[in-house]
Design a protein around this ligand. Structure first.
Ligand code: UQ1
Length: 446
């Protein structure tokens, strides 16, 4: 989930060997986001538990970011329920002393010689590579959006998809008293946390109703439905309608003209396919399209779409057996969330450490079933907990006892109050297994 900034960093801890290209680590992890931190720690803990000889610095994290953000929190920030600073830690504070931090961004891969090329031109060698580099948010693909985001007070445009603008979303929502449509958009295509664009619509609408402000809202999405899983999509469509939020589908935001408060959409399907329509807005919540990081896309590890080309069950690279990937930068065909990473990490750890210790994946590798979850805030005090796996099949933790397609107060507090604690307290240290809590899954040979 980390967003790797492209800025050239200054080196804050000195790794002289890295600078000369001589450094070689047992395991190099690209990215200090949710996937990278969880995997680095879990691999270290697992190797230790298996009595592998392990020296400080044998596992290294490559990431120039100064900070690490709990990105699921940005919806909560945009809803006025938390301060964004609460969900930020310095990256250094999250990396234990026995794991090396190379504070430079990766810029390329040379898997034939087991090396990562860094943005300063130096190289780092590895025995095993874990790519957890995150997704690229393409702000510039919506014409005028970057301009419009600069001054939300005059343009009335914001987005929960960045640290800089998450809190401005709340300022805008709190201060908005109507006089035009409130428009909430979702782009066509793969994005991280695909439920967030509608969560912020529900949370804003819920606040305005609480304040008795007669504001009419629309949710306009490039996607053909409310959600990928038909079962939840049906439930969410009914929830949206019951709130009186208009819905428009296969309609993609392509341009913002903040001076006129006009948003331009392109129709993606049906009779009017290709047509552009203009809508005046009073408030606009925009979500840009996303995609693989440019430098990964053109690297030898990428698939045709640009994601790191791994086996969807074992998380091992399809061509290079000492390369693994998880999280947003991976090709895993599931929804990109922190919850997904809680299920991916133990599979990756098991398979990587088995390969490291025995030179093969063994006859029965651990397999990932595609588990992911989307805790959908549907209003203040209510949340719908969607949980599913490959094939868009439901895989619900509480489904035996509770109808998970109905919003619930318990899930609201679980997501708002418990998950952030589990994330910082356990998950990033490699000790959290999603629905299994602190109990690791057992991978037994079949
Ligand atoms: C989860 O483990 C987790 O990590 C801390 C989240 O944080 C973002 C989640 O949103 C979800 C859904 C899980 C899964 C855990 C349970 C108990 C369903």
């Amino acid at each position: 989930m980390s967003v790797i900034s492209r800025a050239v960093p200054s080196i804050s801890r000195s790794y002289a060997t890295a600078a000369t290209g001589a450094a070689k680590h047992k395991v190099v992890v690209i990215g200090g986001g949710a996937g990278g931190l969880a995997a680095a720690n879990q691999i270290f803990n697992s190797l230790k538990a298996q009595n592998a000889s392990l020296n400080p610095g044998d596992i290294a994290i490559v990431d120039a970011n100064k900070n690490h953000d709990y990105q699921p929190g940005w919806t909560v920030v945009g809803s006025g329920l938390a301060k964004k600073e609460n969900f930020r830690r310095s990256l250094d504070s999250l990396i234990p002393a026995h794991i090396a931090h190379i504070p430079v961004n990766a810029a390329g891969f040379e898997p034939e010689s087991n090396q990562v090329v860094l943005s300063d031109g130096s190289k780092v060698g590895y025995e095993y590579l874990v790519v957890a580099a995150g997704i690229q948010t393409n702000w510039n693909k919506i014409k005028g959006l970057e301009e419009a985001l600069k001054d939300p007070n005059t343009t009335k445009v914001s987005s929960i998809y960045s640290y800089e603008t998450a809190d401005k979303t709340w300022d805008l929502v709190e201060g908005y008293r109507g006089g035009g449509q409130a428009i909430f958009t979702q782009p066509f295509g793969v994005i991280k946390c695909a439920g967030a664009p509608q969560k912020i619509a529900y949370m804003s609408d819920s606040y305005w109703k609480q304040q008795s402000r007669p504001i009419s809202s629309s949710f306009i999405t490039g996607m053909p439905t409310m959600f990928s899983v038909p079962h939840y999509s049906k439930a969410l469509d009914a929830i949206r309608e019951s709130k009186g939020i208009a819905g428009e589908f296969s309609t993609n935001l392509v341009e913002v003209r903040p001076a006129d408060k006009v948003a331009v959409f392109e129709i993606l399907a049906g009779d009017k396919k290709g047509e552009k329509i203009e809508k005046e807005y009073g408030l606009l919540h925009a979500v840009p399209p996303m995609g693989p990081l440019d430098w990964i896309k053109k690297s030898p590890l990428a698939d045709a779409a640009g994601w790191v080309d791994v086996d969807s069950a074992t998380l091992q690279h399809k061509k290079y057996e000492n390369v693994f990937s998880l999280g947003d930068s991976s090709s895993l065909p599931t929804s990109k969330t922190a919850a997904a990473i809680t299920a991916q990490t133990p599979v990756l750890t098991h398979n990587l450490t088995t390969h490291l210790l025995t030179s093969s994946l063994a006859a029965s590798p651990a397999t990932y079933d595609g588990y992911t979850s989307c805790p959908l805030f549907t209003g203040r005090g209510e949340l719908l907990l969607a949980e599913f796996k490959y094939g868009l099949e439901r895989k619900e933790t509480f489904g035996k006892w509770i109808d998970q397609s109905k919003p619930n107060r318990l899930f609201y507090h679980l997501t708002k109050d418990v998950f952030p604690r589990a994330y910082f307290g356990q998950m990033l240290k490699g000790n959290w297994y999603g629905p299994k809590g602190v109990f690791p899954p057992q991978f037994v040979p079949t």
